[in-house]
Structure formats: structure tokens, C-alpha cells
Ligand binder design. Structure first.
Ligand SMILES: Cc1ncc(COP(=O)(O)O)c(C=O)c1O
Length: 411
């Protein structure tokens, strides 16, 4: 069956409402249980603890903690490393701001490294280029669900005593060389925000095998109050980043659905990849043979030498057919945002940027060729486990038709 892509846009399920979410009776049942218990704080309730135990088991990790947001999860991971003010944390300029601001709140300096334009992920070579004797940690974002080469990055960092934090907000159940992302480095951080593989509206999770990091993360979530200690105190500066029992009840039910969500996203993505193969000017996601990409989004690369107007023109043409893609993903590299350009932090102090080595905050364009090329060429398609084969066929045919149109071919 061929679908006319111009005559009738086919509505696609969206992760912003029930059409593209797996929230159902199981979540309602668990939520009701939590409410009827009358205990909505995770310091006393059962759900956050059950969620943490199950998430640790699913990852094969020794420790897992629930927290309020993905941003909080990254903050816990950074705080676990306990940087001195002015220490450096290497990170990607193509990520969510929630992966970056915790570094500054913890008094450390985000040092951006370039990415591979083919995946927009950081690589061992780009990380190595910016390491210094002040580097305390490296945060890798597995962008769109496609794993970074963490094994080589970990190797690079081990001998220098640098921690590796994996930002898995977009990469639930992705695997690098057979191992779950989040467990290939020292700490894994996840987000349960509305648009992620599974959701509680807002929420976060962290995993680690390191008892010291685990202890610090548990405390950091809890205002550093030593729950369960013989003589508890507030041991260090920390916030209340707790998940509520309401969120934990929903997350606990969502976990049971995660494997099916991921399997279906992969199956659908592989179908689109097959359908698009041979489309001139379009490159489908580059996944290493030893890795499993779990498709938070489906990211195309568009060659503007072949398709006039490139990613922006293709995005606009797809919009006419009801497909709302994101050319560039983010409009500019993170270091071009005012927070970094103007060092807007605490009052007018510019702290902690005042402690930075000049090279660490030098955002010269030449050092980020891969980043600019990557952003100029990517087109990010929303992806969802509720797509049917007909939806994928519609997307593939729309892309084909738009490419032909832009090339001035008869369609
Ligand atoms: C890669 C990445 N890191 C961190 C975050 C922050 O997570 P949250 O929005 O749950 O605070 C997100 C989510 O948007 C993300 O995509």
C-alpha cells in the first residue's frame, strides 16, 4: 500500500501526551497504592526503595538512587566526585543544559571538547585533547541513545584518576560492547522527564558500583543528612533532591514496560534505516557494530550539497506533511549560550569562571569543527514506540518525496 504523503498528513503519536506514552492501568494502580499508604515522602515510603532495587538489578549495578530530575542526577554525580573549586569537568557542547549547570553549581569549570560530526558524540581523541592536571571528571552524553566509546574513554581516564560520568538521560538500556550504558564508567545518570523512554513527568536515577560515590550521592539527595547513622548530622553542603513516592510509584510501573519500549523503538528505527538506504544526500544513524542504540530520537544527517537548503529546508518540507523534526537539535553549541559567553552565574561575581585557566574557557570556533559541522547537518526526528509500520512508511515516503521536491525532481 502506498500512502499519499501530501494529501493527508498522518498524525504521529507524541511523547507529550497519551498518544505516545505507555502510562496506563499499572501506573494508576501503583499510584493509588502510594496514595492510600498515606506516605508520600521517599524517606519513609516503600516505592522509591523498590524502584532503586529494581533499577540496580536491571543494570547489574550495586547501587541505584532515585532523585527529582535528570539535572539532579547529574548534580549528584558531579557532587559525588567532590571537585575542588576550579577543578575541570570535561563535557560535550551538544547536550542538554541540565547536564552542564550542575558543574557550575558545584564550583567546577565545564571544559568543552569537540564531537564526531557523524554522531555528535564526544570521542576518546576529542576528550584527550582537553584533559589537564585539573580534570576531575569527564561527562559523556550518549546522544539520542547512541553510545559513546566509553571503554576507550574510561581507559584514558583510569590512569589519570579521572572519573567518568555517563549521561544516559537519552539512552535507557543502550549497550556499549555488550554492557549497559551507565555501568561502563563510574556513575550513570538518567532522566524520567516527560519526553524520555519512560517517564514520571520529572524524575531522575543514578547508578554506580562505587560505594564511596554511592554514599555521597545518597547524602547529596538528602541534604547530606546521615539517615540511619548512629549520630546523624548534615555532613556537607547539599540540597533536597528527593523523588516523591508519587513519582516513584509511577516509575516502578514504567520500569516493567521499558524493555518492550526499547525493543519496539529499535525495530521501528531499523525499518526506517532500511527504507531510507540509498536516498541521495541522507545518512542514517551511525551505530558501532558492538553497540546498541535505543533511539530516544532518530537523527539523520543531511548533505546540503545534494539536497538544496539542507537540514533546514528538509525540516520545513517535512513540517508541511505533519512531521515536526528539529534541524540542528540545539540552535548553537552550549558554550555560545549567555551563561558561558557572559559568565552569568552568582550575582556579578562570574564565579567559578574566575578560577578557570584561560584555555579552559576558550571557545574558539577552530577547536570545535566537528560540533559546528554536526549541528549544521543533523535533522532530529521524534521517535516513539507507539509508531506503527504505517507511520514509519509514512515518514520514509515523506522524506523521499521532500528530498525529490527540494532537488527539483518531479514527484
Ligand atoms: C542529555 C540530557 N542530560 C540531562 C538532562 C536533564 O534532565 P531533566 O530534564 O530531567 O532535568 C536531559 C533532559 O532533558 C538530557 O537530555
Amino acid at each position: 500500500m502506498s500512502i499519499s504523503t501530501e494529501a493527508r498528513p498522518l498524525p504521529l503519536p507524541s511523547d507529550q501526551d497519551a498518544s505516545g506514552r505507555t502510562l496506563g492501568d499499572e501506573e494508576i494502580r501503583r499510584l493509588t497504592e502510594a496514595i492510600r499508604s498515606g506516605t508520600l515522602t521517599s524517606t519513609k515510603g516503600a516505592f522509591a526503595k523498590k524502584l532503586e532495587a529494581r533499577w540496580a538489578e536491571m543494570n547489574g549495578s550495586q547501587f541505584a538512587y532515585a532523585c527529582s530530575h535528570g539535572t539532579a542526577a547529574i548534580h549528584c554525580a558531579v557532587a559525588a566526585c567532590d571537585p575542588e573549586p576550579g577543578d575541570e569537568i570535561v563535557t560535550s557542547p551538544i547536550t542538554d543544559m541540565g547536564a552542564l549547570t550542575p558543574i557550575l553549581y558545584q564550583g567546577a569549570i565545564p571544559v568543552f571538547c569537540d564531537v564526531d560530526p557523524a554522531t555528535c558524540n564526544v570521542t576518546p581523541a576529542t576528550v584527550e585533547r582537553v584533559l589537564s592536571d585539573r580534570t576531575k571528571a569527564v561527562i559523556v552524553t550518549h546522544l539520542f541513545g547512541n553510545p559513546c566509546d566509553t571503554s576507550a574513554i574510561v581507559e584514558l581516564c583510569r590512569s589519570r584518576n579521572i572519573a567518568v560520568i555517563e549521561d544516559c538521560a537519552q539512552a535507557f538500556l543502550a549497550r556499549h560492547r555488550g554492557q549497559a550504558v551507565g555501568t561502563t564508567g563510574d556513575i550513570g545518570a538518567f532522566s524520567l522527564q516527560q519526553g524520555k523512554h519512560i517517564t514520571t513527568g520529572e524524575g531522575g536515577l543514578v547508578v554506580t558500583d562505587n560505594a564511596e560515590y554511592a554514599r555521597r550521592m545518597f547524602l547529596f539527595i538528602n541534604k547530606a543528612w546521615g539517615y540511619g547513622d548512629p549520630q546523624p548530622d548534615h555532613y556537607f553542603l547539599a540540597l533536597n533532591y528527593r523523588m516523591t513516592e508519587l513519582q516513584a510509584a509511577v516509575a516502578f510501573a514504567q520500569l516493567d514496560k521499558l524493555e518492550d519500549v526499547v525493543d519496539r523503538r529499535i525495530e521501528l528505527a531499523e525499518n526506517l534505516t532500511a527504507a531510507l538506504s540509498g536516498t541521495p544526500g541522507i545518512s542514517t544513524p551511525l551505530v558501532q557494530p558492538c553497540d546498541v542504540h535505543t533511539y530516544w530520537k532518530y537523527c539523520l544527517r543531511v548533505d546540503a550539497d545534494v539536497i538544496p537548503g539542507g537540514t533546514v529546508a528538509l525540516g520545513a518540507a517535512l513540517k508541511q506533511r505533519g512531521i515536526f523534526s528539529a534541524p540542528r537539535y540545539i540552535q548553537k553549541p552550549a558554550f555560545e549560550c549567555e551563561i558561558f559567553r557572559n559568565q552569568r552565574t552568582f550575582g556579578s561575581s562570574r564565579w567559578p569562571f574566575t578560577l578557570a585557566r584561560p584555555e579552559a574557557v576558550d571557545y574558539r570556533r577552530e577547536a570545535f569543527a566537528g560540533t559546528y559541522e554536526g549541528l549544521d547537518t543533523i535533522l532530529v526526528l521524534p521517535w516513539n514506540e507507539r509508531y506503527t509500520d504505517e507511520h514509519v512508511q509514512y515518514i520514509a515516503e515523506s522524506i523521499g518525496a521532500c528530498v525529490s521536491e527540494l532537488k527539483g525532481e518531479l514527484v
